[in-house]
Design a protein around this ligand. Structure first.
Ligand code: PEP
Ligand code: MN
Length: 263
């Protein structure tokens, strides 16, 4: 179902009245993690003012260390809902386990599957049975074929609204947090009709690399971006070093708007 052989045209679908894929370009922006009401409302208002299409925010965080901040959980989802009410921006958040599936289906507009969960097949099958768009991030060491197969798991169950998001892969290079595989954009587009987004934040790990990589992703044919923005990156509980300040995000959006029709 994800294969372009059986579906020659690009997939285009709507999420809360916003077009994804085709001529549309989407920008998902927001903090790595929901930390407090003030934080998420402040970031939501600024990214909305800059023209973002969706608000992101992690409530359940897949952290390398069990001693790191694990996210606010369902309280975080409540704050995201509040931010959606204040700004009108639909929300994107990561699900880590099926035990909170009902809450995600009810409250989240695009359900994100994180890189570390890309091959959680139990989770993918359940997401395939729900009527919410799913964004699948590429696994840290996943091939393009494996990544598309994860989309297939969701689509096989009847859910066609799937987005793939390149977020960098593990290579020998340690300067950057990951290595952004820009060639994945045309590669996925050759093999599949699904929209492809790029996350220049997790792929580089450094805020000053976000703008050039965002531009490169757009030039390479991506259908959207996911960008981390924080009102006070130095105080962020997670991923401050790669988070843009609202002013920097605003500058980036001004550049992107020259070349893309941001929905
Ligand atoms: C995220 O987007 O918050 C995240 C944890 O990303 P990834 O799964 O790509 O590491
Ligand atoms: Mn993050």
């Amino acid at each position: 179902k994800a294969n372009r052989l059986f579906h020659p045209e690009d997939s285009v679908f709507e999420v809360d009245g916003r077009k994804i894929g085709g001529s549309a370009f989407s920008v998902i922006a927001g903090p790595c993690s929901v930390e407090s009401e003030e934080q998420v409302i402040s970031v939501a208002k600024s990214v909305k003012a800059s023209g973002a299409s969706f608000l992101r925010g992690g409530a359940f965080k897949p952290r390398t260390s069990p001693y790191s901040f694990q996210g606010m959980g369902l309280d975080g989802l409540e704050l995201l809902k509040l931010a959606r009410k204040e700004t009108g921006l639909p929300i994107v958040s990561e699900i880590m386990s099926t035990d909170v599936l009902d809450a995600f289906v009810e409250d989240v507009d695009i359900i994100q599957v994180g890189a570390r969960s890309m091959q959680n097949f139990v989770l993918l099958k359940e997401l395939g049975k729900c009527n919410k768009p799913v964004m699948i991030k590429r696994g840290l060491a996943a091939t393009i074929e494996e990544w598309i197969m994860s989309a297939e798991y969701v689509m096989k169950e009847g859910n066609d609204r799937v987005i793939l998001c390149e977020r960098g892969i593990r290579t020998f290079e340690t300067f950057t947090r990951n290595t952004l595989d820009l060639s994945a954009i045309p590669a996925v587009k050759k093999k599949s009709h699904l929209p492809v987004f790029v996350d220049p934040s997790h792929s580089t790990g450094m805020w000053w690399m976000v703008e050039p990589m965002a531009k490169a992703a757009l030039a390479a044919g991506a259908d959207g971006l996911m960008i981390e923005v924080h009102n006070s990156p130095e105080d962020a509980l997670c991923d401050g070093a790669q988070s843009l300040k609202p002013e920097k995000f605003d500058q980036l959006m001004k550049v992107l708007k020259k070349y893309a029709q941001i929905e």
